[in-house]
Design a protein around this ligand. Structure first.
Ligand code: TXD
Length: 336
């Protein structure tokens, strides 16, 4: 159990994180920060005054705090519109971002516009971490995942063990869920890993996928596995399409807490994390999804799998995509 965990962003994922942290007693205190709702300058002053007094973070934290007696949990839950709720946190989980949604005129921001908006958010997040919990372990969830982890690294320059992005645990869980469903076995029997960037070119590693220690190919034919791996790559979009707004939020929160618990309980658990590579997998100076031993110090050690030539080529392609996004982000950051 930690003394304090900070959750940055009080949206769908942030709410589940605070609730789960309290329920699992992962910290004596959990703080959530979120500037929403933000007053609309076009509104009349009296309306803006009302909105200034509102707070998603404070409201969600109050709701959860008021339920803790029912759950018999003695955890302090605090919210703030600024970053003060992060004060003293030993770990922060970043979910801050602005989703892709239609403008009033019905048009959508371009991918680049959304990237610029979320880089600005991440700059603010980095300032909040630097001011209130500069030594904290950082697990970042917000999208675009790879670019935001890159930005946090650029702005904070933490020891590389202390900064991880969460995507691979979720992508691997999706792979495992689909394999278990197709093979009609327990999800507990399926061991699988997805590497690379958090995008359509992510790499489900079939050669490492085992069901109760047996290669998955003994249970499912190649055509079925192709379909499963393709669905895994697009699983985020599948949920977004069904919801019609926002994105998956329970499974990402649970996945981030899988990483958090590996740190908190010093599990030294091997899992895919977006971590800084310095020559591993033939990549240098880039954050990318790879298997790592995760323990009390964060990314304790990166684990190099024996990938097939096809998997290695797919990883290199995915890493190249991450590098391109980070180059774009770097160019934008120069102007922010
Ligand atoms: O696997 C993964 N990594 C992805 C990540 C899986 C699913 C969701 N993915 C991304 O996580 C998603 O695209 C978003 O970028 C984040 C958080 O998802 P969530 O569903 O929680 O988004 P919300 O509900 O929009 O919440 C984001 C909150 C929102 O309440 C904003 O007001 C807040 O972020 N926000 C900020 N908080 C703190 N500081 C600043 N500057 C800020 N700006 C916005």
């Amino acid at each position: 159990m930690l003394d304090k965990i900070g959750v940055i962003g009080g949206g769908f994922i942030g709410g589940v994180l605070v609730q789960e942290i309290a329920q699992r007693r992962l910290a004596r205190e959990v703080g959530m920060c979120d500037p929403a709702p933000m007053p609309n300058p076009a509104d009349p002053e009296e309306r803006q005054a009302v909105v200034r007094k509102q707070s998603v973070a404070i409201g969600k934290c109050l709701d959860i705090a008021e339920g803790l007696p029912v759950m018999a949990r003695d955890v302090r839950v605090v919210g703030s519109k600024d970053y003060s709720a992060l004060a003293g946190a030993e770990m922060v989980i970043n979910t801050a971002g602005v989703p892709r949604k239609a403008r009033p005129d019905g048009t959508f921001p371009s991918r680049e516009e959304l990237l610029a908006i979320n880089l600005k958010v991440t700059i603010e997040v980095a300032k909040g971490i630097a001011e209130h919990c500069p030594e904290a372990m950082i697990i970042s969830i917000a999208n675009p995942l790879d670019a935001i982890v890159f930005t946090l690294d650029k702005r904070l320059s933490p020891p590389k063990k202390r900064l991880m992005g969460m995507a691979g645990v979720l992508d691997s869980a999706r792979y495992r869920a689909f394999v278990a469903e197709a093979a009609k076995v327990s999800v507990e029997n399926v061991n699988a890993i997805v590497l690379g960037g958090h995008g359509d070119d992510m790499v489900p590693v079939r050669s490492s996928c085992l069901i109760a220690g047996v290669p998955v190919a003994k249970f499912l034919d190649a055509a079925t596995l192709e379909k499963i791996e393709s669905r895994t790559r697009k699983a985020g979009g599948e949920v977004v399409g069904l919801l019609g707004f926002g994105s998956a939020f329970v499974s990402p929160a649970w996945s981030a807490l899988e990483m958090a618990e590996a740190v908190i309980f010093d599990k030294r658990k091997i899992m895919p994390v977006c971590a800084k590579l310095e020559g591993e997998y033939g990549v240098d100076g880039l954050f990318c999804g790879v298997p790592a031993i995760v323990g009390r110090n964060g990314v304790e050690q990166i684990v190099e799998l024996d990938l097939t030539d096809e998997e290695q080529a797919a990883f290199a392609k995915s890493a190249a995509g991450v590098a391109k996004t980070c180059e774009e982000a770097d160019a934008m950051l120069a102007d922010l």
